[in-house]
Write a protein that binds this ligand. Sequence first.
Ligand code: NAP
Length: 477
Amino acid sequence: MQMLIGGKHVDAKSKRTFDNVNPFNGEIVCTVPSGNSEDFEEAARIAKAAQPVWAGTPFYKRADIIRRFIGLVRENLEKIAKVVTAEGGKTITDARGELECLCMVFESFIEAARHLYGNTVPLNAEARTEGDIIFTVREPIGVFAAITPFNFPIELYAHKVAPVLITGNAVIIKPASDTPCAALMLTELLLEAGVPGGIAQVITGSGREVGAWLAETNNVDGVSFTGSTKVGIELMRGGAHNLQHVFLELGGNDPHVFFEDCDMDLAVAEAIGGRCYNAGQTCCANKRFIVQNSIKKEFIERLIEAAKNYKIGDPSDPETAMGCLVSVKAAEAVMDEIQSVIDQGGKLLYGGKRNGAFVDPTIIEVTKENDVAKDLEIFGPVFPIIGFDTFEEAVEIANQTSYGLASAVMTNDINKAMKFATAVQAGTCVINGSGNYRSVHQPFGGYKHSGIGREGTSHTLYEVTQEKTIAIRNSLK
Ligand code: NAP
């Protein structure tokens, strides 16, 4: 496959490429260009020139084009889903679900943007503005770079590209090197639907090179990034030179608290379903299992049973509940982290084995001093179990992390649940479900080191536009 720059399929100027490998069977899925700053800058210059024309295209025409794109995605859904499964190891069922989600996200942003109203300042509010009419309109920011991680190559593409395009911005998409194909296929459909070639472009290549280029270029006005906290901090630092609008959706080590009065069947189902979804590679997954000591033994026994029965296998089989990780390298990294948890005194209760890119659901009992009980985010199906006695202790463990993306609490006492929800330092708190939860409309994002800004139809449109005040002087005198 080739990059999409200025509406054309192009190789990197250096002619360098890299392979994308199917983590399940080791086959090469595609070969893509390894772009560098020369390629990226060309895309940005083209975007800069094209964006004002797109911003001047009436809203209803932009909406028609995007609606056509949604239709094309539906026509090609099965083809794209198969590529998503091949390039990332995501189960085919989840890949299809992500594409359905993309259609909903694009539709929802068209509707939300139709109601992106400005404001009117109360008339005659001060002596010096008497007789003036003061109101606001929202305008695009310009050229956005949208950088996505490997774990949700479709859904996160949608959450970035839909709001940026519908409001008249241009976008340069940089997909993760582990999963570049889906973004290329989707962007081809955007162009086929009628989005101009300078408005939606895809660059491929090393994230490090993209970051270094973003820290230099004056042709990018905004960066929408989802990925690790380390890279988010670098992008914020790099963007300072051009005062880029930098929005960050970052990592999490989310607490899932189980009080003794919870429904045990539901607790175990939500624990395993939330953690094993996408083979444990979800930012807002439940990653620390904080269990009241009085029910800990039963919870662990039931969780081990559930893990034994979890259907793991070929990601392209619709019966498979959990596929493999994104690469053998990622699976090896998870194994190293499991070992470090054990080295710090963690007691391995179940799992702890790797086969190629597969890692078994792994249950480890740890104390609250273990790194995994604080800031060690493991991107795999690992269940660190941490016991507690009192409500206060549960809150203390939940908050003893520099992350704050999502959280969850299981209890049949709504007052206790609400007390926890208001005490926990996180962008979301789910009651009686896992924190692995995202509605298209909710403000999704993190406290502390889990990010800056919020995504969702209730928020992103404000982040990718700027508000202009227009004052008509003396018109009421
Ligand atoms: P990552 O290493 O930060 O990579 C994410 C993206 O950033 C990739 O496209 C990567 O490109 C690119 N990148 C890497 N280094 C860069 C740099 N110096 N400058 C600019 N871009 C750079 O993250 P990951 O490990 O793949 O993804 C997992 C992390 O993302 C976890 O911490 C997870 O919690 C977080 N996440 C957060 C959310 C959320 O909504 N809050 C959602 C999903 C994931 P290459 O692939 O070429 O390196």
